[in-house]
Design a protein around this ligand. Structure first.
Ligand code: NAP
Length: 300
């Protein structure tokens, strides 16, 4: 693969398979910067989404058939829920250009390698990735060009992946404003289980618990929601299909983190029961320290 001039786009044609929050943010930043791809092809499951993408003017072409969407692409980025990846990879695999790069944005990485890997033809480079950026909104209207600015993207290339292909995908994300780190896929799945998947599981659960309360109490929960509960409801407003797929495809790591969390929550319950104020204060202090560390790292 040839060197890329600083002002030249990283790719000629970038095909986005799935164009919701993440895919449309990639399309928008590519449009805004001009150094990411000369041409963007958008694919979605429904004509409705593609009609909206055409209205927004964020892609050069819209194609409902994923196989046709990838034929000219030198980079294909899967931006659909991870549970759809195996079928998508099977559909596009035979149509990928020799020398093309296939990458993705999925929130789980071992499952993506398991599901996509077998359909990647000889001569096509597979560089899995995950931008650590998002919101609780979905669909092509939810994206924005600044989503990846100052955030991390984690790449998890399987052993033996072409180094130049990894460098291209790194450059793509850097040009979208992200910092890039390369990580082992199993390690990635453990890290995101604790920093992202468990917090979502807790948010969905706590909202369910509040909703199960008697009608009168539930009304009060909504009316007088304190900021703690409100913050949980923001996270819990996320897309159900995306999160179903994430939980089911990061099963082991998520269950392990949940078991550790449950033990720690039980220890806190014990401190509350026995009036161990020192234990409680210590935990709150640790929480404050973690918050301050995030602020210092510009990731708050
Ligand atoms: P989204 O806004 O819901 O968009 C999903 C897109 O995928 C839509 O264009 C949808 O098409 C298409 N799609 C859905 N099911 C499909 C299927 N079975 N076959 C083909 N296409 C399908 O989702 P998103 O938030 O952008 O998430 C996309 C990926 O990014 C996921 O893998 C997720 O794990 C990852 N991710 C998300 C976040 C986040 O905070 N949201 C952060 C980092 C990574 P239609 O509109 O036509 O249904």
């Amino acid at each position: 693969m040839a060197e890329i001039e600083p002002s030249a786009p990283v790719f000629d044609t970038l095909a986005l398979i799935g164009i919701g929050l993440i895919g449309s943010s990639v399309a928008r930043v590519a449009r805004a910067r001009g150094t990411i791809a000369r041409r963007i092809v958008a694919n979605a499951r429904s004509e409705r989404t593609l009609a909206r993408v055409a209205e927004l003017g964020i892609a050069d072409a819209c194609e409902i058939d994923p196989a046709r969407a990838v034929v000219d692409a030198d980079c294909v980025m899967l931006c659909a829920p991870v549970g759809a990846y195996a079928a998508l990879a099977e559909a596009i695999g035979p149509h990928l250009k020799p020398g093309a790069i296939i990458t993705d944005v999925g929130s789980t990485k071992q499952s993506v390698i398991r599901d996509v890997g077998p359909f990647v033809p000889e001569g096509v480079h597979f560089v899995p990735g995950h931008p650590m950026a998002g919101t609780e909104f979905s669909g092509p209207d939810a994206g924005f060009a600044e989503l990846f600015e100052g955030r991390w993207t984690l790449l998890t290339p399987p052993p033996g992946t072409n180094a130049q292909a990894v460098a291209r995908v790194r450059l793509l994300w850097e040009r979208m404003g992200a910092s890039v780190s390369v990580m082992d896929p199993a390690h990635h799945d453990r890290v995101v289980a604790i920093v992202s998947h468990l917090p979502h599981l807790i948010a969905f659960t706590i909202c369910g618990t509040a909703d199960d309360l008697a009608d009168e109490t539930r009304q009060e929960v909504l009316q007088f929601a304190a900021s703690g509960f409100r913050d949980f409801t923001r996270i819990a407003a996320s897309d159900p299909v995306m999160w179903r797929d994430v939980f089911l495809n990061n099963r082991e790591a998520l269950l392990e983190m949940l078991a550790r969390f449950t033990e720690d929550a039980q220890a806190m319950a014990r401190a509350v029961r026995w009036g161990d104020g020192g234990y409680i204060e210590d935990k709150v202090l640790r929480g404050r320290k973690i918050r301050q560390a995030l602020i210092d790292l510009n990731q708050a």
